[in-house]
Design a binder for this molecule. Sequence first.
Ligand SMILES: [Zn+2]
Length: 212
Amino acid sequence: MNSEKIVALTFDDGPNLTTTPEVLDILEKYNIPASFFVCGNNIDDGTAEVMRRAVSIGCEIQNHSRTHSDMTKMSAEEIAEEINFTSDAVEKAVGKRPGFFRPPYIAVNETMFDTVGMTFIQGVGAEDYIDEVSAEERFRRIIAQTKDGIVILLHDAEGNFRTVKAIDMIIPKLKEEGYRFVTISGLFKEKNIVPVKGILYTSVFQTERYYH
Ligand SMILES: [Zn+2]
C-alpha cells in the first residue's frame, strides 16, 4: 500500500527544436521526468536528438499519431498507418516503442480502440493551446484539477512559452503539496494498475470504459 501522491506530467504535439528543449530545461531544473506524446511528422534527425536528451533525463516518448488528424474519420488501415509510422520513428530514435497513445483532439471511436493496441490517455488540461490563456491561468487551472493518480496534459508546441513559464510554477507548487512526478508508465506501475482496453484514462483510477 503506497499512500504517496503521484502525478504524470505530459506534453503533446512535439518534438521541436525550441519549446521542447525549454521544457526539458525546466524538468532538469527540478529533476523530474515527464512523458512526451509526439507526432511522427515532427520527427527528423534534429528532433530525434531532442527525444534522446528527454530519455536521458528519465522521460518517456509516447504516440500522438503521425499527422495530428481527426482519426475518427479514418479507416482501420489509415489509423494503423498513423500509429505505426510514429511508433517506428520513435523506436528508431530512442530504442523503445511507445505503449501509450493520446488521440489527436481526444477524438475517439470504437474502430480506434479496436485498431490501436496501446493504452489510451487523456488528462486534465488548461487550454494551453490558446494564447489568451496566461501562464498564471494555466498554473491555476492545473493546480485546481490535480489529484493523486492524475495525468496533466500540456503542449510543447513551437512557441508555447506560456506553458514553459506555467510549469516553472506548477512543478514547485505540486512538490510543495507532496506530489511526486512519474512517467505515464510509472503512474500505472506504481499504483499496480493494469491498463484496460476501452478506457480513455485521465486518472489511473478511472474504470469507466468508452465502450464495452
Ligand atoms: Zn495534439
